[in-house]
Write a protein that binds this ligand. Sequence first.
Ligand code: MEV
Length: 438
Amino acid sequence: MSKRIDGFSKLSKAEKIDWITKTHFKDAQQAAQQLRSYWNSSPTVQTQHDEFIENTLTNFYLPLGVAPNFLINKTVYTLPMVIEESSVVAAAGNAAKFWFDKGGFEAEVIDTIKVGQVHFLYAGKPSFLHSFFENNKTALLEATKLLTQNMEQRGGGIVSIELIDKTSELDHYYQLHVRFKTADAMGANFINSCLECLAHALQEQSQKDISFTRQDSEIEVIMSILSNYVPECLVRAKVSCPVSSIPPQEGTDGSTFAEKIVQAIEIANCEPHRAVTHNKGIMNGVDALVLATGNDFRAIEAGVHAYAARSGQYTSLSQANITDGQFTMELSLPLAIGTVGGLTKLHPMVGWCMELLEYPDAETLMKIVAVAGLAQNFAALRSLVTSGIQKGHMKMHLFNILNQLQATEKQKKAALVYFKTHTVSVNTVGDFLNSNKD
Ligand code: MEV
C-alpha cells in the first residue's frame, strides 16, 4: 500500500484513522481501537479537542497533578502541574512546605512589555528613510487604531515604535521595532495583526509620498512577526530565611547546606553544561504550570533560554547569596503568558486549573509560574547537594519496574524496604521478585 496520499486533510476522521492504521500498522483493527479508546466519552469535549489542531485522530494524555501549600505574597495556592516526569510534583510540594513557615515566596512583576518587528529592505539613503519615518509615525500608528482601541481600553496597546537601521549587519535591512502591552492576553494575535497592519501602512504611505517615489528604492517588506524574546516582560521570585533557621538536610547541617546551594549556583553561572541542566530543572516547574494554564510552552522555552544567554554566555537563571546570615535565592524570568484568549476558554481542564488558581490575572500568573520555577530549582539543588538526585528518582523508578513486572502489593511493600539498601535495576528487581514469590 502506498504511503503517499493526496487530500488527507479532506478525509473524515474515521477515514483518516482507516487509512493511517491500514497503511502503517500490522494490526490495523487494534491500532484503530487504541486511538478510539483515548477519545473523550463526551462527544462535545472530543470535538473541542479535535478542533484545537488539524488532522486530529485522538488525544494524547499527560498527567495533571497538584502541589499544595505554596505561600506566594502571603496567599496560599495549590499549583496545577502538567508533566510526564516523575518526582517533579513531589519536589514542588516539598519545596513549598519547606518555605511555608519561613514566610513563603515573594514575587514581583518588573514589566510586561512584549515585542514585535516588521522586517524590511530599503536600498536608498538612510537619512531619507529616517525622516520619512518620523514624518509618518503618527499616520502609521493611526492605521492600527481599529485594532488597538479595544486593547487600549483594557490598559494595553502599542507602547513605542522605532525605526532601526540594521544595514551594518545585513545589506539594506531595517526594521520597525514595536513594543506592546497586551493586558491579560498573551497577545500573539493582537501583536501580529498590528504588525501586519503597520507593514501595510508603511508600504502604502511610502507609495503615496511623492518625495519617496523620487528615491530610486522602494520599501520591500520581508515579514512581520512578534518576537518570543521578551526581556522586558520580566518577573522575579524570591525566598529568603536566616541560615540559622535551616534544619539539617539529609545529614548536612543548615549552614553547609546553604553554602553548597550558593556554590552550586556559582558553578551554573560559569559552566554552561551545568547551567543548561540547572535551568532545565527550573523549566520543569515553569512548563508544568504553563501547560496547565493553556499557555505556549515553546514560546516560553525559547524566550527563557535566550534570556539565560543574554550576556553572550549561557548562565543560571537563578541566583543565591548568604548576606549577614540571611540565605536568599531568587529567579528572574521573561514570561509572556496570558489568562484570557487562546486555550484558556476552550480547554476544559485549563478552565479547571484557572479556577484552582482562583482566576489569576496575567501578572499574578507570571508570579505563580516564576515561583514554581524557583521551587523546582531549590528542590533539585537540595537533593543534588545532599543525598544526590537518584535517591528520589530511584524510588519512582522502582515503582515503575515493579508495576512493569506485575508485582503484587505485598511484593511492592517488601521491595520498598529491600531496595533502601540495594541497587535498583530491572535485573535486581526481577531477581528480588523471583526469590520473594507471593
Ligand atoms: C531533572 O529533570 C532536573 C535536574 O537535573 C535539575 C538540576 O540538575 O538542577 C535534577
